[in-house]
Design a protein around this ligand. Sequence first.
Ligand SMILES: [Zn+2]
Length: 177
Amino acid sequence: MPDIRPTVGSGALVLNATYEPLCVVSVRRAAILVLSAKAVCVADGEGILHSARNSLPVPSVVRLTRFVRVPYRTHVGLSRRAIFARDNWRCVYCRGPAETIDHVFPRSRGGRHAWENVVAACAKCNHTKGDKTPAELGWRLHSLPAAPKGIAWRVLGHRAPDPRWADWLDLREAEAA
Ligand SMILES: [Zn+2]
């Protein structure tokens, strides 16, 4: 599931007119959407934004006033951070803190760089494993790697969700995925 360490980013969640979560934008961008009446603020963040003519509460969630048709992004980008987030910053072999990315079926033997074949691993396990497969070592994976699914992943990627967004992002769905 996405990183839920208590780091609250400076982003704002954008909802479609139908309340479907779309994406996260900068607070500044969200404020511009509100000031130009392209969106309404549905949840405030911390503080007040000031501009030459206006001041408004920092938007945390905004909803577009007009429905936009958005093609579904079905693939979550494969990045080091996203892999760590999916595997909860734990080594899939020993559950220690993850420090490296390991290819379950080694790349040197044709293993793919894909969600189903990459895992977070500690440096020790990664080094010990070398170019062997878990089966050859008698190791078991704590979880089978798979591409992350769910609305929170689609909208947030590896970004830490603001707790104020929980009503709109089904975070339990992401956890179960
Ligand atoms: Zn390990």
